[in-house]
Design a protein around this ligand. Structure first.
Ligand code: PLP
Length: 426
C-alpha cells in the first residue's frame, strides 16, 4: 500500500492500527487484516443496501414559490465587503456571544422598527432568531404554562400550527373576512393567545382596518391575552406606505411582534427577530438560560453594519422597486393570458399574487399537467374542506423577463384543466 500510494510505511501502519483500534478491521493470524465480519453489513458503502439519493431541488422549469427572492437581489459585493470588515475588526472569537443576539445589533433593529414600523421597543426586548419557526419555538415554549390553546387565522401560515402542535397546543381556526380576522369569532373563542398577520393577512393580503386593530387590542386587554403579530412582508407594500404595526398602538404589553429578513434581504441567511412585551422578559430570561441565538456571530455583525451604515434602508427601497416591477409584470400577464378565467384575490404587496379561477378546474389534471411540464404551483385552501380554491403565483424568484414566459406556460396547463367553461364560479 505504501508503494501504491507513494506514502510512508509509518502512515500505512498507523492507519491500520487506528482501524484495528476502532474495530473496523480484525487481524487473522498469518493472513493479515480483514474488514470485520460484524460491521460489514452496516457500512454505509455496503452494496447490498439501496443508496438513497438526495432529492432534486432545481428540477422545475417554472417555480412559482411565493417566498422567494432572486439570487441577483442579494447585495453580494457589499455584504462581502462588510463581512470582511467585521471579521477583521469587531468579533471576539475567543468568547461566547450574547444569547439573545448581539446587543449592538439589537440596538439597530430597535431603531429601525421604531422609525419604519412604529414598533416601540428597547433592545432588551429584542431576540435575534434564526427564522420565523425559531421565533415561534421561543413563543410556544415561553407561553406553555400560560395557555395551551392557540387561535390562528384561517386560511393562514401553516408553520405556526406545526410548531405549536409540537408543544401540544390545541389549535382553533378563526375565519378571515374582508376586514381580516373575524372579531366576532375571536370574541367567542376562549383562547388567550392569537396569531395574526394584521398588515397583510397571509395569504389573502387583507389589511385589518384601524378600528378593528383597536378592537383587537381591546379584546386582548380585556381577556388578559397575547397577540402574536407576524409582520412578515410589510417592507414590500407597493400601492401605499407600509401600514404601521399593531404593536405600536398598544404600548407593547399584549403584542408579541415578529419580523423576518427573508422577504427583503434573503431567506437563506435565516434571520428573524422577536420583540417581547416587557411583561414576558423575566420569564424569557428565567427559561432561556442556555440556548443561544442561532444566527452566527459574523452574520449578526455584518447585518449590524449593514443597517448602521444606511445600506438596509437603501436595499429595502431597491427591493421594493424591483419587486413592484415583477408584481406588475405578473399581473399584466395573468390578465393577458387568463383574463376572465381568473379573479385576483391578493395583489399589491409581498412576493406573490393570489388568483382564484372563475371556471371549474380539474385540480388533479392541473397538478398532473404541472408535473409533466415541470411547473411548480402552490395552492391555498380557503375553508376546512380539502378543496383547493386559490393559487399563489410567486414572482420574486423570477427575473423580470422570465415572468411572461412562465405565466404563458401556466396559462396553457390552466386551459387544459378547465372542466367546464360554461360553469363559471362567479
Ligand atoms: C406568513 C409568513 N410569516 C413568516 C414568514 C417568514 O419565514 P422565515 O423567517 O422562516 O423565512 C413567511 C415566509 O414565507 C410567511 O409567509
Amino acid at each position: 500500500m505504501a508503494q501504491d500510494y507513494q506514502i510512508s510505511k509509518n502512515t500505512v501502519e498507523s492507519a491500520y492500527s487506528q482501524l484495528f483500534a476502532e474495530g473496523y478491521i480484525e487481524s487473522r493470524p498469518q493472513s493479515g487484516y480483514f474488514v470485520s465480519d460484524e460491521i460489514e453489513h452496516y457500512l454505509p458503502f455496503n452494496k447490498s443496501k439501496k443508496q438513497s439519493s438526495p432529492p432534486e431541488t432545481s428540477s422545475f422549469l417554472y417555480n412559482f414559490f411565493p417566498a422567494q427572492l432572486h439570487n441577483n437581489n442579494f447585495p453580494n459585493k457589499l455584504w462581502t465587503r462588510l463581512h470582511n470588515k467585521v471579521m477583521n475588526d469587531t468579533i471576539d472569537f475567543g468568547g461566547y456571544p450574547n444569547k439573545q443576539g448581539e446587543l449592538s445589533l439589537r440596538i439597530q433593529i430597535s431603531k429601525y422598527l421604531s422609525s419604519s414600523r412604529g414598533v416601540q421597543s428597547t433592545p432588551e426586548q429584542i431576540i435575534v432568531c434564526s427564522g420565523f419557526a425559531d421565533s415561534m419555538f421561543i413563543i410556544a415554549s415561553l407561553l406553555k404554562s400560560f395557555t395551551s390553546k392557540l387561535a390562528i387565522e384561517f386560511p393562514g401560515y401553516n408553520v405556526v400550527k406545526q410548531v405549536f402542535k409540537q408543544f401540544d397546543y390545541s389549535i382553533e381556526d378563526i375565519p378571515i373576512n374582508a376586514n381580516g380576522i373575524s372579531l366576532k369569532d375571536i370574541e367567542k373563542s376562549q383562547s388567550k393567545l392569537l396569531y395574526v398577520t394584521p398588515s397583510h393577512q397571509y395569504p389573502t393580503g387583507v389589511t385589518i382596518p384601524i378600528a378593528n386593530r383597536f378592537k383587537l387590542i381591546q379584546w386582548a386587554i380585556q381577556n388578559n391575552a397575547y397577540i402574536i403579530e407576524d409582520d412578515y412582508d410589510s417592507e414590500l407594500s407597493y400601492n401605499n406606505r407600509p401600514i404601521p404595526a399593531l404593536q405600536g398602538i398598544n404600548h407593547n404589553n399584549c403584542v408579541i411582534y415578529t419580523g423576518t429578513l427573508s422577504k427583503s434581504l434573503s431567506p437563506a441567511l435565516r434571520i428573524s427577530y422577536l420583540v417581547l412585551p416587557t411583561t414576558l422578559l423575566k420569564k424569557y430570561q428565567d427559561l432561556f438560560t442556555f440556548p443561544f441565538s442561532g444566527v452566527p456571530i459574523d452574520t449578526q455583525k455584518t447585518l449590524e453594519l449593514f443597517i448602521k451604515e444606511g445600506y438596509w434602508e437603501k436595499h429595502i427601497r431597491k427591493t421594493r422597486t424591483l419587486n413592484r416591477k415583477k408584481h406588475d409584470i405578473m399581473k399584466k400577464n395573468l390578465l393577458l393570458y387568463l383574463d376572465k378565467y381568473i379573479s385576483i384575490l391578493r395583489e399589491g404587496s409581498g412576493l406573490s399574487i393570489v388568483i382564484v379561477p372563475t371556471v371549474i378546474l380539474d385540480w388533479k389534471k392541473l397538478n398532473k399537467e404541472a408535473e409533466d411540464k415541470k411547473i411548480k404551483l402552490y395552492y391555498i385552501h380557503y375553508d376546512s374542506t380539502a378543496t383547493i380554491q386559490a393559487i399563489c403565483m410567486g414572482f420574486g424568484g423570477f427575473l423580470e423577463e422570465e415572468i411572461p414566459i412562465a405565466v404563458k406556460a401556466f396559462s396553457e396547463i390552466f386551459f387544459n384543466s378547465i372542466k367546464d367553461i360554461s360553469k363559471s364560479i362567479n
